[in-house]
Design a protein around this ligand. Structure first.
Ligand code: ADP
Ligand code: MG
Ligand code: MG
Length: 251
């Protein structure tokens, strides 16, 4: 589904990603971990197509298509979802209307008909229950005045509604409480299917107490320096990142 080969990227002339290799197949959940500043958010942003980041080498294909050639909207149309670290507020546009427009844009890009009012409402009901989204949050303006936890819940609601093929969740290192972590984890767990894949970017081992990833990768100084299964996350929880750093520096 997603194939990344020797991906290199810079911001403001500074090289951040120094050759990332990663293969993601349908049905898989991958966790990307690593110390602060290692390039995790940069990788998520490059995959989402944020234009501050310059790709300087390598390639990334999504279902066989050159991903890096597409603009962010086209990537969303192809089934990519990136939960931004700082979700945008859209005053005056209700959450529900925003999602309906987004869903219809995706459908249009695929040559499908607009979603019917009935199907849409059914979907809202089903997916908001999935993340315990209070009724008023669905109707309020997108993220306006939402608390951190509400934004997080809303982000997972958006993901559930858009039914992406590949979701990339970049979890901030700052102050996600345990409830918010659970919402993310429940969302990812419930949406897991043989057709879809998820990349969870996190600094926290804690999140992986709730999400069981199929693969764990450690990013350090712009490279994936170690990959394993969920036992790697447990090892990191126990030992921290120093042993990884030492291993890399010794080479
Ligand atoms: P992580 O998510 O793993 O904490 P980031 O991808 O956010 O790491 O950052 C990797 C490196 O890129 C850091 O050294 C950071 O200072 C730098 N960086 C990230 N974003 C910017 C930016 N907008 N401008 C300049 N440097 C940046
Ligand atoms: Mg960071
Ligand atoms: Mg980050």
């Amino acid at each position: 589904m997603l194939s990344i080969k020797n991906l290199q990227a810079s911001i403001e002339g500074k090289e951040i990603l120094k050759g990332i290799n990663l293969e993601i197949k349908p049905g898989e959940v991958h966790a990307i971990m690593g110390p602060n500043g290692s390039g995790k958010s940069t990788l998520a942003s490059v995959l989402a197509g944020r234009e501050e980041y310059e790709v300087t080498g390598g390639e990334a294909t999504f279902n066989g298509e050159d991903l890096l050639d597409l603009d962010p909207e086209e990537r969303a149309h192809k089934g990519l979802f990136l939960a931004f670290q700082y979700p945008v507020e859209i005053p005056g546009v209700s959450n529900i209307n925003f999602l309906k427009t987004s869903i219809n844009e995706i459908r249009k890009a695929r040559g499908e008909e607009e979603i019917s009012a009935g199907d849409f409402l059914k979907m809202v009901k089903e997916k908001s229950a999935l993340v315990d989204l209070p009724d008023n949050l669905a109707k309020r303006s997108v993220n306006e005045g939402f608390s951190g936890g509400e934004k997080k819940r809303n982000e997972i609601f958006q993901m559930a509604m858009l039914e992406p093929k590949l979701a990339i969740l970049d979890e901030t290192d700052s102050g996600l409480d345990i409830d918010a972590l659970r919402v993310v984890a429940n969302g990812v767990n419930k949406l897991k299917s043989p057709e879809n894949a998820t990349i969870v970017v996190t600094h926290y081992q804690r999140l992986l107490d709730y999400i069981v990833p199929d693969f764990v990768h450690v990013l350090y100084k712009g490279r994936i320096v170690k990959s394993g299964d969920k036992s790697l996350a447990l090892e990191l929880e126990e030992k921290g990142y120093d042993w990884i750093k030492e291993g890399v520096e010794a080479v």
